[in-house]
Design a protein around this ligand. Structure first.
Ligand SMILES: [Fe+2]
Length: 224
């Protein structure tokens, strides 16, 4: 398998698929969860992005091993509603990482990759928090953090676009712009954050995202 800091799957979804996914995410508005409704974030209320929602639970929003808080019904609904998108993921990711990868599956008891949704407010958002994507190690035993990768495919971007900000050598801040159709992948230990953005009040920013872990047996697991 190959290892990298950044990589991308160029033709991850077609323009038609992307638009269908965008329409579907919008139609599932009742299932979006405001980030402040997660107990872990409630306490930070004044710092919260008031326009930030998730479709599907992400484990970083939950307390460690709080399996009870995972909306299992929604997880199964997402699997059904976004079947084509997950099929793309599960077939294209192993191919991208290399021939020796044995396959790619969901964890039975963790959330499946989902969506971040920002509703426009017309105001500049506060910068997001720098972090590494290592939450999996708090949920599953014997995780080798070096084998966690993160991915994003932009589904709907504001006119000003969407980016990932990351810290490189000598603490230099860098910006990676997202492009429609691509699956952007980066190493989970890279220090990064959601790019600062301004979204007009009639716009939304939707990204399909999640993480992949490659275990000792070269089997890939995807999760949110
Ligand atoms: Fe992250």
């Amino acid at each position: 398998m190959k290892k990298f800091l950044f990589s991308e799957i160029e033709n991850f979804i077609t323009e038609k698929e992307r638009q269908e996914v965008a329409t579907k995410v919008m139609s599932l508005k009742d299932d979006w969860k405001w980030i402040g409704d997660y107990p872990k974030y409630k306490v930070l209320e004044e710092d919260l992005c008031v326009n930030q929602y998730l479709l599907g639970d992400a484990i970083y929003c939950l307390y460690d091993k709080d399996y009870e808080s995972i909306n299992v019904e929604l997880r199964e609904k997402l699997k059904k509603e976004f079947k084509g998108l997950y099929l793309n993921l599960i077939t294209k990711l192993p191919k991208h990482f290399g021939v020796d990868i044995k396959g790619c599956k969901f964890y039975d008891d963790l959330p499946v990759p989902g969506f971040h949704v920002f509703h426009g407010s017309g105001e500049d958002e506060e910068p997001f928090e720098w972090h590494q994507d290592t939450s999996l190690a708090n949920w599953v035993d014997n995780i080798y953090q070096d084998m966690i990768y993160s991915f994003v495919s932009p589904i709907l971007l504001p006119k000003t676009g969407g980016t990932l900000e990351w810290i490189g050598s000598l603490n230099k801040e860098n910006i990676m712009p997202y492009e429609y159709g691509k699956l952007h992948i980066w190493h989970g230990l890279l220090k990064h954050r959601i790019g600062r953005h301004t979204i007009a009040d009639d716009e939304s920013r939707i990204t399909f995202q999640g993480h992949v872990y490659i275990d000792n047996n070269k089997l890939m697991h995807v999760f949110f």
